[in-house]
Design a binder for this molecule. Structure first.
Ligand code: NAD
Ligand code: UDX
Length: 460
């Protein structure tokens, strides 16, 4: 089996960058990225891509129109492809059975039905989306029941890129994981996909497993990463109570080669489209398979994260003499991490919601997140348009946001925040001038010398 033509269903944060990388590294393969969302496709074909990701623009511009194409022509692209990636969203279900925990597989099912309807010959179908273990079985059943030739091989190939570093992660992945059915046809399909990646990833980094191990490994990888953050965040509260410094503790334990230094940065709480969703999915699966103890164990990771966000908002209110009503508070950062315009599950959304409900006037600045996204995110967590109109101002700089404010809080670790002119900012703030560093990125000693009253996560 040789792959000459690829179709990717879903032109989002995963579909767009991963397919751009495949097109750039495999000039002999024609890559179509298709989506039902015409606005998103138009943006992929424009000078302003729909997602902000360092280095992505160059790769897209290089391959677009040569062997990389973005279109809404889903049916035609499916029919022409040898291999089809399914990279649609799998958000947490918000209704019915499993609401708030299970993954909503409606987009996966609609993609599978579109493939069945339009595929006229043999195809390799690749799950790129993160899905509950054994979803490949459901996809196979839908394909089998709706197609007359039935020549499909379903593979699992989860994506491990992180936003903000997607291009680096795709260029030099720690590993590529491919799961397939352990039959001669399954092995041939796995080898066909391995050959695509082998154009730039060494074969010893391409792991092959059975389908279920691959599907489950994605959920487990995210659960382990998030667990480290919740672990260090739990310790940040203990550091504050005891006078220890969480960065020093992180360094001390991270130099143990068995623990390792990464993902030990305490913060206001993890966000992003994946961690919470995937752990809740794992929690639901464990319950489904009759493993309540395992389910509770992993659920605690999300509960600790929720507590960390609440703890931060409460700290702001308590520090400002138990009332923020009518006070201007500068919020720096709305994205869930630096170098992305993605805000899904960002801690900033919840801290803003809590402060607005306490009556604060929020002056918000983020270098990349559009105003419409901020409004939509706050609406989604229950903040009314009336409150937004009355209490929220979106600013075009950190200086504007902090002017005449009682406190400033850093919610995203954008590099520019560490080097602001804090002396000028201090002069224009009400006194005492409070700083709440939810990312531990500001120069705390310098700020204290200038006269700021500084609270930082996990600093006793
Ligand atoms: P996204 O919401 O940015 O993009 C999904 C796209 O799929 C949307 O543009 C939507 O319009 C499109 N779509 C849905 N149904 C369709 C259909 N039937 N036909 C055509 N298009 C359709 O989502 P994302 O962040 O790219 O995530 C996609 C999957 O990858 C999810 O399962 C996610 O868990 C997983 N994942 C995401 C990341 C990440 O960093 N965002 C990393 C690893 C894995
Ligand atoms: C994550 C996984 O890292 C990636 O492998 C998977 O494919 C998708 O989910 P992403 O959510 O894009 O990637 O970013 P990540 O760097 O993991 O950060 C997630 C959240 O954790 C962010 O809010 C980040 O600020 C926070 N974080 C990360 C910490 O609070 N402390 C850390 O030490 C690391």
């Amino acid at each position: 089996m040789k792959v000459n033509r690829i179709c990717c269903i879903g032109a989002g944060y995963v579909g767009g960058p991963t397919m751009a990388m495949i097109a750039a590294k495999c000039p002999h393969i024609h890559v179509d990225v298709v989506d039902l969302n015409a606005e998103r496709i138009a943006a992929w074909n424009s000078d302003e891509l729909p997602i902000y990701e360092p280095g992505l623009n160059d790769i897209v511009v290089e391959a677009r129109g040569k062997n990389l194409f973005f279109s809404t022509d889903v049916e035609e692209s499916i029919a022409a492809a040898d291999l089809i990636f399914v990279s649609v969203g799998t958000p947490t279900k918000s209704y019915g059975i499993g609401a708030g925990r299970a993954a909503d597989l409606c987009y996966i099912e609609s993609a599978a039905r579109m493939i069945a309807k339009n595929a006229k010959g043999p195809k390799i179908i690749v799950e790129k989306s993160t899905i509950p273990v054994r979803t490949a079985e459901a996809i196979r059943t839908i394909l089998g029941a709706n197609s007359d030739h039935g020549q499909f091989q379903v593979l699992s190939n989860p994506e491990f890129l992180a936003e903000g570093t997607a291009v680096e992660d795709l260029t030099e992945p720690d590993r590529i994981l491919i799961g397939g059915e352990r039959t001669p046809e399954g092995d041939a399909a796995v080898e066909a996909l391995v050959s695509v990646y082998a154009n730039w990833v060494s074969r010893d980094r391409i792991l092959t497993t059975n389908l279920w191990s691959s599907e489950l490994s994605k959920l487990v990888a995210n659960a382990f990463l998030a667990q480290r953050i919740s672990s260090i965040n739990s310790i940040s509260a203990l550091c504050e109570a005891t006078g220890a410094d969480v960065d020093e503790v992180g360094r001390a334990i991270g130099t143990d080669s068995r623990i390792g230094p990464k993902f030990l940065k305490a913060s206001v709480g993890f966000g992003g489209s994946c961690f919470q969703k995937d752990i809740l999915n794992l929690v639901y699966l464990c319950e489904h398979f009759g493993l309540p103890q395992v389910s509770q164990y992993w659920h605690a990771v999300v509960q600790m994260n929720d507590w960390q966000k609440e703890r931060f908002s409460t700290k702001i209110v308590k520090t400002l003499f138990n009332t923020v009503r009518g006070k201007k508070i500068a919020i720096l950062g709305f994205a869930f991490k630096k170098d992305t315009n993605d805000t899904r599950e960002s801690a900033s959304i919840y801290v803003c919601r809590d402060l607005l409900s306490e009556g604060a006037n929020i002056a918000l600045y983020d270098p990349k997140v559009p105003v419409s996204t901020i409004h939509a995110d706050l609406n989604y967590v229950g903040v009314s348009d009336e409150v937004i109109d009355r209490q929220l101002t979106i600013c075009s700089s950190a200086e504007e946001a902090t002017d005449q404010s009682h406190g400033l809080a850093v919610l995203t670790e954008w590099d520019e925040f560490a080097t602001l002119d804090f002396s000028a900012i201090y002069d224009k703030m009400f006194k005492p001038a409070f700083v709440f560093d939810g990312r531990n990125v500001l120069p705390h000693d310098k700020l204290r010398e200038l006269g700021f009253d500084v609270y930082a996560i996990g600093k006793g």
